[in-house]
Design a binder for this molecule. Sequence first.
Ligand SMILES: *Cc1c(COP(=O)(O)O)cnc(C)c1O
Length: 382
Amino acid sequence: MYALRMSHLPPYLFARIDEMKAEQQKKGVDIIDLGVGDPDLPTPDHIVASLCEAAKNPENHHYPSYAGMPAFRTAVAGWYKNRFGVDLNAGKEVVALMGSKDGIAHIAEAFVNPGDYVLVPSPGYPVYRTGTLFAEGIVHEMPLTKKSAFVPVLDDIPEKVVASAKMMFINYPNNPTAAIAPEGFYREVVDFAEDHNIVVVSDNAYSEIAYDNYRAPSFLEVKGAREVGIEMHSLSKTYNMTGWRIGMAVGNADILAGLGRVKTNVDSGVFNAVQQAAITALSGSQDCVRTACAIYQERRDVLIAGLRDLGFDVPCPKATFYVWMPVKDCMAFSAKLLNEAGIVATPGIGFGSGGEGYVRFAITRPVARIREAIERMRRLGL
Ligand SMILES: *Cc1c(COP(=O)(O)O)cnc(C)c1O
């Protein structure tokens, strides 16, 4: 019944975890879910209020413009200027997305011919792979290993792959490893992309979720980046707006025009009232972002201290709300945590073959629950 391409899609690992979780819940187990990358904190009040107001305006009830309202694109350009010192032409270098997943899932369709390679970090956000497969491209996994600080080693990519590579995804601060881009990495990527004619897609979904005074850069800060690539951003993680579905793609105008052309044919843009609320989020005080980071930071500190006390050798992340912990067998470890301690953690293999040997904890639960999780692990003798 299903098309052949369906069989190329990754296994239903996350669905399987949901099933296992549901089984435990049916037994009455009080589950601590550290699996989902979805903030538990609510969207800040001033953003919600802005949506309510905008929803009452009949002018907002029509089809939105495809690329986004001019005022939204101007707000994005202003935010990029303030935050990264990057100047963007709001008319040509900013496109609204229905969440960055929308852009990531569709970009390959605009640039990748059947048989072209797409360079994808492994472990990585699963949509880089599925977007490639829908465009009938070939996924080349760039391993992110501890040895190379969870950054792809571009020299390791086989020559034949480089020669027919059309696109490359990079993502720092990184999901799932929580790694940050080392100094000079974006420069190296731009040079590589120039040399080999590769479209770079930088996924910067976590730039604002950072600790210890770390400030994540934008790929577009590097000279020449705008000639080879775009960056995607999202309000999902920054303002706890995962359910609202709004993000943006910025950078190279021709690349954005390609993405825009695909999108024009498959969706009809983001509800204007949501764009209005996004303008409020991007243009208003960023105190709410600092407040959220302080909350995550406390949780991070509790989880890291607890895991280290249990004897795990786990690095302390400078950004994202993930903790990436080495374990022997990620599937066995996750299953044991769930079935014997009622804790959900995501097995690394769910993010590609490079994720084997790790589990990902999301610190999207209150401190008390994280302490409880540590106590359960202690009782389990882990
Ligand atoms: C959450 C996430 C996204 C997408 O989020 P949207 O809600 O679609 O904007 C993109 N990339 C990474 C790495 C993510 O973790």
